[in-house]
Design a protein around this ligand. Sequence first.
Ligand code: ZN
Length: 385
Amino acid sequence: MFNKQEDRISSQQTIKQANSKLVFKLIDQHDGISRAQIANITKLSPTTISSLTEELLTKELVHEIGTKIVRSSGRRPILLDVNEKGACFICMDLQQRGYYLGIYNLKCQLISGQLYNLDNYDELGKSLVATSKQLLKKEKISKDKLLGIAIGAPGIIDESHKRVLSSTIIPITENNLFYEQLIKNFPLCQIELVNESSLAAYAEIVFVNEIRHLRNLLYIDIHTGIGAGIIIDGNIYRGPHNLAGEFGHISIDIRGPLCKCGAKGCLEMLSSIPAINKKLPKYTLQEIQSRYDELYMDVTVVVNKSAKYLAYGINNAVNLLNPEAVIIGGQITIFGQKYLSEVIKVFKEISLGQNKDLPILLSQVEGNAVTLGGARYLLDRILIR
Ligand SMILES: [Zn+2]
């Protein structure tokens, strides 16, 4: 039997929660906004706004930042802003030989971050817990200020069960209990495990001025492997089994080299950093980069071929998804604008109609894009959406 009173209370709580998120979102979007402005935009009553902002102030998620100078005489309204010190997020980027871990404040600004080596990936959970605690202590942040933890991982992820199912980059198995160890030590936290390319894509569309007005983006992450982050209507898209964005396994040449996935001529076999290294074994990546800059023929042929294959891969994805922009990120960006120009040149030759004018850009996020994207992802999921 339904309990009408309980139903009513729970729906009132849902409405209150949604309104509170709306108020926080507006405060986050403005550099100082008054209660009256919030009431005006939301069409909620001044009393409701007053009570919602009071609650956010009590939780220290927002603070008052003084008054606004207005032309008309009368009382100057007090402005509200996000209190960057009110809470924090810990974000991790799992890498081949360890991980990068950063603490971000409520404005998604990096407080402190560091790269940690890991000799044994089975120790991941233990190490993540220990470094998180150390960093909180070092920055004198109490544990109750930690709202969420985001982990960006390369590979196929079961996001609902917080498992990395498989990865060609990190030596991790489905049985790795790092999530359990984190939740045991940080039980009040929201912990999210997300594909690293998706988080990097999220950072790009949220923080890069040139593209932040866009809603649909294809982000291509090229390093040891090749992955893609797909943003559709402002949200990360991974598909029902978290398998969308396996861009490295789009086959470009069915007569090409055999890939570990079983197919031939996958983009990962043709355009990735190891694909370039394999063709130029006598040089380090730095040497390849400087020889590419200096127009040495042997290197130019190989690197431009990687760009050409990539352009074909981008064209396939663009024909399917029709994004508003394509971003190329990851280690490949060491080849800079010259590599990008080569990609664009080939893309223009093979793309359809209006797609020829599609912006294809290098990643512009500074610092670790995965953890920055993770911080914003947590902020949006916990306090805004
Ligand atoms: Zn493959």
